[in-house]
Design a protein around this ligand. Structure first.
Ligand code: FAD
Length: 622
């Protein structure tokens, strides 16, 4: 049997990869080790967060499944950084992790064109440098035109709990050793990373009465642009806040000698921004306490996840440390925290389409590429799936630019810069974050989802209408003016706004700090009937107009550079004003055009300007 695409692994990357291929009409096989664990959330029972929420919204706008599933099984929804600017706000939802997996399993099993098989991929079959098929543990050989590996933390996975070590992809699941060997045999360079998770506590052993409650937002906003707000009615569950204390820290530091992280037992590099508790106590010894978030794992809330307490300390130390925390004095641990080391593929071996440079038709997506997080994985899975299909159809690859999407930033960072530690998304990684907001992901990306057949026409037309309306109102606001007059001052006073002192475009009024939707409706009654999300966009665009324009000019300048060639023999070391790091990167990647140079992570707009001048001087000399 020959499949168009074989996807190995049904985690967050594999789900999006296989669903997108199937939806785009390709005969797709999804191979996974355990069908029950399709869509398993290995770590925290939550989707989204700062910058991760952006990724989920972008996946949704392109036609992926993650946001829809989150809305269906969410237990609590919050907008993080709600008091800050819209560019850095992040949606986050607690989820029922069991229901999440069931939803995704049912979604995969019911998808047209998608076959799911519980088999373990062991060997890549490669002919003339191109993927030809996959051999599984049952000895089956499945041929394919393209294959996507999304094996997560399973390649040579090794878990640690104190002195205890075991080969496993996650606790209780087999490691994937043969596939790792097969990659190596085909000259794909692998590295070693580490991540960890927290203990889970039996709910009936927690004294919630002494813990601070953290509720969801009063008016929760669904993750998916497709979820209708009127259908989004849910009973939200609270989370709780607890703190470590001096005693907790002493218990941990007294047991450093048993921590696999410090004894040399763990060799892989862990996530700097998501450290284990023993790491935090070691690195920030002056801190008197650390925040912990106690989060329900399911709707029945029988088990709680202690966010912030990731650890691989021995079980007895874990229990002692947990019981030193107020509210957890009688805690019973259901599942102990653990660390896991695993092989990953150095992502600089991939092109921007996530295809390996060594084996044509073989793609990698998700944690296997050195990232951490469900959202980062899902985003890559979707992109690898779309690109595998486009390649079969002999179409140009789909590459999102850094100014178009966080997904573009993520993939560009990975394939140009690589990573030495688990990579997670941050808003600070995106240069054009004022343009790449969560709230406008549908406006930015739906056109692609529609073009690929991943989102339907009705939805797409709705987005087009929204875009048109925003444009129309903004045009009205910039081309119509308000003058200082008694009548206008009275109108403004009615909405608690100061009078204008000069003739100014109406957009200046909309841009005022306290000018909200209520004021918009009262001051511009002609637009009061437009949908609320459209009004929100208009106000955001008005408030950040000058910054947005600046970023757009920068982007246009960059786009004009697409065709400016960098001579093959160009000596980057002769360009004064470039940092050593930038010169090193330019030498490494040898970009053919200025645009390609600008896409290398770390190469700044100022560096591009200098390069441009030197290229022009070089051309004059010749
Ligand atoms: C212990 C632990 C702690 C973590 N902590 C964090 C954290 O703190 N923060 C965070 O953001 N993320 C954390 N993660 C990472 C998060 O779980 C992953 O980023 C995310 O699940 C990656 O998605 P993925 O699709 O790449 O892989 P996974 O979700 O790991 O899925 C991999 C899939 O591949 C399948 N598979 C593997 N090998 C084969 C094979 N040979 N044949 C067939 N199927 C195969 C598996 O069965 C599985 O379905 C943690 C993960 C673990 C295990």
């Amino acid at each position: 049997m020959k499949y168009d695409v074989i996807v190995i692994g049904a985690g967050h990357a594999g789900i999006e990869a296989s669903l997108s291929c199937a939806k785009m009409g390709k005969n797709t096989l999804l191979l996974t080790m355990l069908a029950e664990r399709i869509g398993a959330t290995s770590c925290n029972p939550a989707i989204g967060g700062l910058a991760k929420g952006h990724l989920v919204k972008e996946i949704d706008a392109l036609g992926g499944e993650m946001a829809k599933c989150t809305d269906a099984v969410g237990l609590q929804f919050r907008i993080l950084n709600a008091s800050k600017g819209p560019a850095v706000r992040g949606s986050r939802a607690q989820i029922d992790m069991d229901k999440y997996a069931i939803y995704m399993r049912e979604r995969c099993l019911s998808a047209k064109n998608l076959t799911v098989k519980q088999e373990t991929a062991q060997e890549l079959i490669v002919k003339n440098g191109e993927i030809y098929g996959i051999k599984t543990d049952l000895g089956h050989i499945y041929n394919c035109k393209k294959a996507i590996i999304t094996a997560g933390t399973f390649l040579k996975g090794l878990i640690h709990i104190g002195e205890y070590k075991k080969e496993a992809g996650r606790v209780g699941e087999f490691a994937s050793n043969a596939l790792s060997d097969s990659l190596k045999a085909h000259d794909i360079k692998l590295g070693r990373l580490k991540t960890g998770t927290c203990p889970r506590i039996d709910a009936k052993s927690i004294d919630f009465s002494v813990l601070e409650i953290q509720d969801g937002d009063e008016n929760p906003i669904p993750f998916s642009f497709h979820t209708k707000k009127e259908n989004f009615v849910l009973k939200q569950l609270p989370c709780f806040i607890a703190f470590t204390n001096k005693n907790t820290h002493k218990i941990i530091s007294d047991n450093f000698h048993r921590a696999p992280l410090f004894t040399g037992q763990i060799e892989g590099i862990g996530p700097r921004y998501c450290p284990s508790i023993e790491d935090k106590i070691d690195r920030f010894s002056q801190k008197e306490r650390h925040h912990l978030f106690i989060e329900p794992q399911s709707e029945k809330a029988t088990e709680y996840y202690i966010n912030g307490l990731s650890t691989s300390l021995p079980p007895d130390t874990q229990l002692e440390m947990v019981r030193s925390i107020k509210g957890l004095e009688d805690a019973k641990i259901v599942r102990y925290g653990y660390a896991i080391e695993y092989d990953f593929v150095y992502p600089t071996q991939l092109t921007h389409s996530l295809e390996t440079k060594k084996i044509k038709g073989l793609y990698c997506a998700g944690q296997i590429n050195g990232t951490t997080g469900y959202e980062e994985a899902a985003a890559q899975g979707l992109m690898a799936g779309i690109n595998a299909v486009l390649s079969i159809d002999k179409k140009e690859p789909f590459i999102l630019r850094r100014d178009e999407a966080y997904i573009g930033v993520l993939i560009d960072d990975l394939v140009t810069k690589g990573t030495k530690e688990p990579y997670r998304m941050f808003t600070s990684r995106a240069e054009y974050r004022l343009l790449l907001r969560e709230d406008n992901a549908d406006l930015r990306l739906s056109k692609y989802g529609y073009e690929f057949g991943l989102i339907d026409e009705i939805f797409y037309e709705k987005v087009c209408r929204k875009k048109e309306k925003i444009k129309e109102v903004l045009e009205y606001l910039t081309t119509n003016f308000i003058t200082p007059s008694k009548q206008n001052a009275q109108k403004l006073a009615l909405i608690d706004e100061a009078p204008v002192t000069d003739k100014s475009p109406l957009i200046r009024i909309a841009a005022r700090k306290n000018f909200n939707i209520d004021k918009f409706d009262r001051f511009f009654p002609r637009f009061a009937d437009i949908p609320i999300d459209t009004k929100e966009q208009i106000l955001t665009e008005a408030k950040y107009e000058s910054y947005i324009k600046k970023q757009q000019i920068q982007i246009e300048r960059m786009k004009n550079m697409i065709n400016i060639k960098i001579p093959k023999d160009f000596d980057f070391t002769k360009v004064s004003g470039l940092s050593n790091e930038i010169v090193e990167k330019l030498n490494l990647f040898n970009p053919p055009t200025l645009f390609a140079a600008s896409q290398i992570s770390g190469v700044t707009p100022a560096a591009i300007d200098i390069l441009h001048i030197y290229i022009r001087m070089d051309q004059k000399k010749k």
